[in-house]
Design a protein around this ligand. Structure first.
Ligand code: CO
Length: 209
């Protein structure tokens, strides 16, 4: 596909959406009220809106390599703060995917350039879960499990963040979910690690009221 075809496709898409929902663009031009924040991998095979059937305006999105939530990543934290404090999203979904190249790099020794710095925290997760990972003989299965563990760790990072903890302290309705997407069949699996204000939390992460 050449680059001009992308613009042609865009015209067709905009016409189709306008035909199906004549007021959509006019409504969205004034305001957005998404109920969901999606934190996913940059991987082209995991397009956020499409895989959950959502139109423009329904999903606030942040994507980076290996769907990481780092407390000093002002890009990610700015997105989370806007979504939680201003948009008042009710759900944050951290969605990883099986076969994640970022996770795979972190599990090995290849030189990936600047990504090695970004993925360093994933290596730390590998070390924390060394016993479980080393018990898995098959390489593919070990990677798959690490992709799941990575999502769970990011759910934990997000849940223990100042922004989310403060929202929970203020009785804001907000749930954090951990999902994983299978690039082989397009199906999302709920890792069942959802957390909300009632979930147990280490005292040290709680901001003063
Ligand atoms: Co990935």
């Amino acid at each position: 596909m050449c680059i001009s075809e992308l613009l042609d496709n865009n015209r067709i898409w905009a016409e189709t959406v306008s035909r199906e929902q004549p007021d959509l663009f006019a409504t969205l031009a004034k305001q957005q009220h998404p109920k969901y924040l999606w934190i996913g991998c940059s991987d082209s095979r995991v397009p956020a809106n499409e895989i959950v059937g959502m139109l423009p305006g329904e999903l606030f999105v942040h994507r980076n390599v290996a769907n990481l939530v780092k407390h000093v990543d002002f890009n990610c934290q700015s997105v989370v703060q806007y979504a939680v404090d201003v948009l008042k999203v009710e759900h944050i979904i951290v969605c990883g995917h099986y076969g994640c190249g970022g996770v795979k790099v972190a599990m090995g020794h290849d030189n990936a350039g600047i990504s090695d710095y970004w993925l360093r925290s994933v290596k730390d997760i590998c070390v924390r879960h060394k016993d479980e990972l080393e018990s898995i003989v098959d390489d593919e299965q070990r990677l798959a499990r690490m992709c799941e563990i990575n999502v769970m760790e990011q759910v934990s990072n997000l849940s223990n963040s100042k922004i989310v903890q403060t929202a929970w302290q203020n009785q804001q309705k907000l749930t954090v979910h951990g999902w994983i997407y299978s690039i082989n069949d397009g199906i999302i699996h709920d890792l069942k690690v959802s957390r909300d204000a009632s979930s147990p939390c280490e005292d040290i992460y709680m901001p003063s009221a």
